[in-house]
Design a protein around this ligand. Structure first.
Ligand code: ZN
Length: 562
């Protein structure tokens, strides 16, 4: 079904409540495992219907945040979904405590109970806080979507500024950078206060649910069943040891390439003196070539990408009123993924067509899972599919960049390496925030700057606002998806392994990747890493092992370029 033909219907709260109570009672009084299993299937179609409608609202609203109809619907969901999701906990509890547990495991596997364990945490005591949290994060999204950045007589949104931030001309680049910083500096109180409120709401939620702090609660809600915050801290150490020095070294080389004595923060986005590699065509050019690429990569990816195009499941071009960023989500009732992004003519457009398409491809290969719970894995696993696709499609980059393909490969690899220290910075910062919920906004910003200099010691902002620790204001995850950031860095280390593998044997690398995609969300992170035949970034020394290999590849590419 084409996206435009998908009909949206708002759920009726009374009906949902009645359904949940009815199902809970049926699970509790079931006489056999078979009966419980049949109920699980029934509940699953109900959940697919509900989440499809919710996602239709989300997609249509983010495509146009000024659409009054979907704005109202979004408010309806912001207000009522907390009631629905805490009500649904009754079903999860009944299933979790069912005496037919063994039968259920036989049908669906053990992982369902890991998921249930995290689903039963929330309850109606925190509905008001969940509602408040939704209201605050929506406020953040709106502010960013309507960011008014004044640059050279025009007004731009944050996303639209991206090409100017990597301009070949240093003065223009600096001017664009200052304009963006000014927007955040002018709104410092807005972001500080909004975040302060969010932190307090979240801490209160944790306390009401019997946790020491929000870190403990959110790890549970994110279904991190294999590791805890101490393991994450140890992993950050590995990054500090192996990748921080490498990133510093790469930026020294970058400065030399650009002919600069000192690489300022606003120089970082420019990798080459004669400009970055931009795709050699517009939207239609990119889509046509992506079709060709996915057709050649494998029969599975070919079928998938045609499905996306034929059913209009892509909204990729930037326009006023559109929310920033890019994402992939699913419409489970139709077994359809959806990709949203803001093309702006930079190499980021190709990252979308590989990264978000990697998510979508995995969701597509997992669409026939027995239950929708198993379509998406936890975030650190989900990002493996997307980040690895960025590398597995390397052989086709000539289609988009022509002679500049190696330039693209080089930039992609350098940026991915340099990204990880930033990723752990965002993570480390959030651990500080939620372990110190009474810290003031000033203390938070001071701490942020301290942490970022630890992982990124050569950071040279040349800007008062950023030196005061305000960079994270632009990192939406900090506001909307707490603790979802370390996931990107863990997945990046996994994706590097697929890159190294594919350089040796591309067929085998894709095969292992496909096996991982097909496992969807049926297992936890550590298990999925095993299924995908890669090493665990947290429990092994793989970071140390692959660092020299990545550097070797970079050297090889740079030699061809300079
Ligand atoms: Zn992603």
């Amino acid at each position: 079904m084409k996206f435009r033909d998908m009909k949206y219907t708002r759920f009726n709260l009374d009906e949902v409540v009645k359904y949940v109570e009815d199902m809970t009672q049926k699970i509790n009084s079931a006489q056999s495992g078979e009966e419980v299993i049949a109920l699980i299937y029934d509940i699953d179609s109900f959940k697919r219907e509900l989440s499809t409608n919710h996602n239709l609202v989300h997609i249509r609203y983010t495509i146009n945040t000024n659409d009054e109809f979907y704005e109202k619907e979004r408010e309806y969901y912001d207000e009522n979904m907390p009631i629905v999701s805490t009500k649904m906990v009754e079903i999860s509890k009944a299933l979790y405590n069912s005496k037919f547990r063994e039968d259920v495991i036989k049908e669906f596997g053990k992982h369902l109970f890991t998921q249930l364990e995290s689903e039963i945490i929330l309850n109606e005591d925190v509905i008001d806080l969940l509602q408040k949290q939704n209201e605050l994060t929506t406020k953040y999204d709106k502010k960013i979507a309507n960011s008014d950045i004044h640059f050279r007589g025009e007004v731009y949104t944050l996303t639209q500024m991206s090409p100017y931030l990597q301009n070949k001309d240093r003065e223009s680049r600096k001017e664009a950078y200052k304009a963006v910083n000014k927007f955040f500096a002018d709104n410092q109180d807005f972001f500080d206060n909004l975040y302060d409120e969010l932190v307090k709401v979240r801490h209160e939620m944790a306390v009401r649910l019997g946790f020491e702090n929000y870190t403990q609660l959110q790890y549970k809600l994110l279904m991190r069943s294999d590791y805890n915050h101490i393991d994450v801290a140890k992993y950050r150490e590995k990054v500090l040891e192996n990748l921080t020095p490498l990133a510093v070294e790469l930026r020294k080389r970058q400065a030399k390439r650009l002919g600069l004595d000192e690489l300022k923060f606003y120089d970082r986005a420019l990798l080459f003196k004669d400009g970055n590699s931009d795709p050699k065509g517009d939207y239609n050019f990119i889509i046509e070539n992506a079709k060709k690429m996915y057709g050649e990569l494998s029969p599975e990816t070919g079928e998938f990408f045609n499905f996306m195009v034929d059913n209009e499941l892509l909204d990729l071009v930037a326009k006023p009123g559109k929310a920033s960023g890019g994402y992939c989500t699913t419409l489970d009732k139709y077994g359809a993924p959806f990709i949203f992004s803001n093309f702006n003519g930079t190499r980021g457009d190709i990252d979308v067509i590989t990264h978000e398409a990697g998510h979508a491809f995995q969701a597509y290969t997992s669409r026939n899972m027995k239950i929708s719970n198993y379509i998406w894995p936890t975030y650190e696993s989900a990002e493996i599919h997307s980040m690895s696709m960025e590398f597995l499609t390397w052989p086709w980059m000539e289609l988009f960049f022509e002679d500049d393909a190696d330039k693209y490969r080089f930039s992609a690899l350098q940026s991915s390496i340099c990204f990880i220290p930033y990723g752990v910075t965002i993570d480390h910062f959030q651990h500080f925030v939620y372990e110190n919920p009474t810290a003031t906004p000033e203390e938070r910003r001071k701490k942020y700057h301290e942490i970022e200099l630890m992982y990124d010691p050569d950071k040279n902002y040349d800007d008062d606002f950023l030196n005061n620790g305000g960079y994270w204001f632009r990192q939406g995850h900090v506001f909307s998806m707490p603790f979802y950031y370390i996931d990107y860095t863990l997945a990046q280390v996994c994706a590097f392994q697929y890159l190294v593998k594919s350089l040796e044997d591309s067929k085998k690398a894709f095969e292992d990747y496909l096996t991982l995609c097909k496992a969807g969300g049926s297992e936890s992170f550590f298990k999925l890493v095993e299924i995908g035949k890669i090493k665990n970034p947290m429990t092994t020394e793989v970071l140390k092992e692959i660092t020299p290999k990545l550097l070797e590849k970079l050297d090889e590419l740079e030699e061809k370029l300079v």
